[in-house]
Write a protein that binds this ligand. Structure first.
Ligand code: ADP
Ligand code: MG
Length: 222
């Protein structure tokens, strides 16, 4: 398995009361799998992706990437996985306003200088359909174009798994289809894709759908 969640729980406190944002979640995804997760707002989807990407630690259970438990890795090893193994597309907008599109995509190379590579950044901009915007600034872009910048950034590190949190929310149908086709291509090249989505149309692109409800994950469309 490429990435596994083994009996993962995560508790938060709301209104002075503890509740399970993730409740005994078991899940696995392998190279070339394209899985989608649906579920109502507040059901724990973003928490699940954040924990899976190593951006937040679970309270119990293990997250295992290529046989290694996050909890047993040093900060350095975990950042290497976050920087190379996993491409994360956060919910909402996350571009840096003072950087051009191409520099937003190359952002990981500021953190990991060995990744500095303009040719590759441009190739990814081609692939995501925004090469002509390379020198533009985020405030000059539409919502769909901004999403593509985030997708391009997540791809820049050539991740083994792409984790995307509602990347097509607020996008028109055509743009959504283009992005889904891009994800399908990636998966054909062996990248695993884990997609949280609200749009029922998009689950057809994946091989399996999971439903998140009150922090529990079950296979199938509930
Ligand atoms: N940092 C936090 N502290 C406390 N509660 C949180 C935190 N993050 C999320 N929550 C709560 O956990 C639940 C799950 O949130 P989230 O994972 O964002 O759901 P979804 O992505 O499915 O909408 C929600 O009730 C949310 O309010
Ligand atoms: Mg969410």
């Amino acid at each position: 398995m490429l990435l596994e969640l083994d009996h993962v729980t995560k508790e938060y406190i709301r209104g002075g009361k503890k509740f399970f944002a993730l409740n005994d979640v078991c899940f696995g995804i392998d190279k070339g799998d394209f899985y989608t997760i649906i579920g109502r707002s507040g059901s724990g989807k973003t928490t699940l992706l954040t924990v899976a990407a190593g951006l937040a630690a679970p309270d119990s259970g293990d997250v295992v990437f290529k046989g290694k438990k996050y909890s047993e890795l040093s900060d350095r090893e975990l950042s290497a996985i976050r920087g190379n193994g996993i491409g994360f597309i956060p919910q909402g907008l996350g571009t840096v306003p003072d950087l051009t599109v191409i520099d937003n995509v190359r952002l990981p190379s500021f953190i990991y200088p060995e990744k500095a590579d303009d040719t590759r950044a441009l190739a990814i901009l081609e692939k995501t359909g925004i090469a002509d915007l390379a020198q533009s600034y985020p405030n000059e872009l539409s919502g769909g174009e901004l999403k593509r910048v985030l997708i391009a950034r997540a791809l820049f590190s050539q991740p083994e798994i792409l984790i995307a949190d509602e990347p097509t929310a607020d996008l028109d149908r055509l743009t959504t289809e283009e992005i889904m086709k891009l994800f399908s291509e990636l998966r054909r090249d062996g990248t695993a894709v884990l997609l949280v989505t609200h749009e029922m149309d998009t689950i057809a692109y994946g091989d399996k759908v999971f439903t998140c409800e009150s922090g529990r994950l079950t296979e199938g469309k509930q």
